[in-house]
Write a protein that binds this ligand. Structure first.
Ligand SMILES: [Fe+2]
Length: 178
């Protein structure tokens, strides 16, 4: 799902882009790092699945790389718009042999859950501190996460039935409509 966030400086007076609170800034930075990690994770998946011959799944992961990068960019742009000074923390490693479909997509779903958790924290904090613009941002991302989770849960449900049989996995990869 594509994300469009428009910030209208004049909608609630000219001063609605005031300084971000330190706590919200820290959460947004955590999110930016996490989105980058997600994109590296999908790049790894894309490679492992492609080498293994799961072309359809590999293509799907290639699209996810771009999507996660665009999420990072949106969050980063937002931090700039709020004129906050951001220092990125190191990106956690992407570890694992993701050439198995079941393991790969279970890992993907877990990362999506983590993304949702961070956005939920942003949402709660924005609400507590009456930061309406951040609240709007969090709402939009939570909607995206809802559809991401639904998509990945459906994939995981199917793969749980298929299990680790290489032939069935290949057949599934050929026929699943991502
Ligand atoms: Fe994302």
């Amino acid at each position: 799902m594509r994300l469009k966030i428009k910030i209208n400086r004049n909608s609630k007076g000219s001063d609605n882009l005031s300084r971000l609170s330190d706590e919200i800034l820290a959460l947004l930075i955590r999110n930016a790092v996490h989105e980058t990690r997600n994109s590296l994770f999908y790049a790894t998946l894309n490679n492992h699945l492609s080498v293994k011959g799961f072309k359809n799944s590999a293509n799907f992961c290639a699209k996810q790389i771009e999507e996660e990068q665009s999420h990072f960019k949106k969050v980063w742009d937002y931090i700039q718009k709020r004129n906050a000074h951001a220092i990125l923390s190191p990106i956690p490693e992407v570890i694992g042999d993701y050439s198995d479909l079941v393991f790969a997509f279970r890992s993907a779903l877990n990362l999506e859950y983590q993304t949702t958790e961070i956005w939920q924290e942003v949402y709660d904090k924005a609400k507590d501190t009456s930061d309406g613009i951040t609240l709007l941002l969090a709402e939009k991302f939570l909607k995206i996460q809802e559809s991401e989770e639904t998509e990945f849960m459906a994939i995981n449900d199917e793969l749980a039935l298929i299990g680790n049989d290489a032939l069935y996995q290949k057949l599934w990869d050929n026929t699943y409509e991502f």
